[in-house]
Design a protein around this ligand. Structure first.
Ligand code: ADP
Length: 230
């Protein structure tokens, strides 16, 4: 289980004037349950991406704690935090962010190799994941040779490679057409059901939210509603 406890975050004004500070997260506390798809909805500027980045340890909160299975990661120093992030958190963004000069299987294997896994094992695992996601015919292609939907599925495989505690996805269907949006939704639900993957997904996509086990609505840095579908 992952817990956020009383997270506060504000951004300063360009001039550094305290009066210009904007409070983006105003004491958010949240528990993320394993093997569930949790969707975070809310208007633009509500603080959704900031919340996801803080949950993913990509951004630091001003105060509050982030606890992964009882371990408070806010006490970690930079190097320890990078290692933790690599091992325990998978990321999927609106754009796939695959590296254009590497093949799909190399892209997927890379976080495992960075984490110290031998190349042959990392590549084998990457192949297995890509097969699971229906991309076994694309292993040696480069990202530019794949469709947007295929790239996004490869990005999900890359996020899964280190068997993370959670996959954090920020508008993952935002650049996809409706057929590919549905395909990616199905991938999330299938992975939850088969591998027990935990997802936290920031989205404007109402049909993705409908598929989620839980929908949290954030407005002006505060949780306005938290509804479980299951
Ligand atoms: P959402 O994802 O809900 O659209 P964000 O978390 O991206 O909202 O942003 C919330 C607010 O914080 C917005 O007003 C945005 O302009 C501001 N903000 C986000 N990141 C920064 C930053 N690095 N510096 C200053 N302001 C920021």
């Amino acid at each position: 289980m992952i817990r956020l406890v009383d997270i506060h975050k504000s951004y300063g004004s360009a001039t550094g004037d305290a009066r210009g500070r904007v409070e983006v997260l105003c004491g958010v506390s949240l528990e993320i349950f394993p093997s569930r798809v949790t969707a975070i909805l809310g208007p633009s500027g509500a603080g959704k991406s900031t919340l996801l980045n803080i949950l993913g340890t990509l951004e630091q909160a001003d105060s509050g704690r982030i606890i992964y299975d009882g371990v408070d990661v806010t006490t970690f120093k930079d190097k320890e935090l990078s290692r933790f992030r690599n091992r325990h958190i998978g990321f999927v963004f609106q754009s796939h962010r695959l590296l254009p000069e590497f093949t799909i299987v190399e892209n997927v294997a890379m976080p495992a190799m960075i984490g110290g896994e031998p190349q042959s094992r990392a590549m084998e695992h990457a192949r297995e994941l890509l097969e699971r996601l229906g991309l076994s015919h694309r292993l040696s292609h480069r990202p530019a040779q794949l469709s947007g939907g295929e790239c996004q599925r490869a990005a999900v495989a890359r996020a899964l490679i280190n068997d993370p505690e959670v996959i954090l996805a920020d508008e993952p269907t935002g650049s996809l057409d409706s057929a590919n949006r549905q395909e990616l939704q199905k991938v999330f639900v299938d992975l939850r059901d088969t591998l027990g993957t935990t997802f936290v997904v920031v989205t404007h996509d109402s049909s993705l939210a409908e598929q989620a086990d839980r929908v949290i609505t954030l407005v002006d840095g505060v949780i306005k509603s938290d509804v479980s579908n299951s």
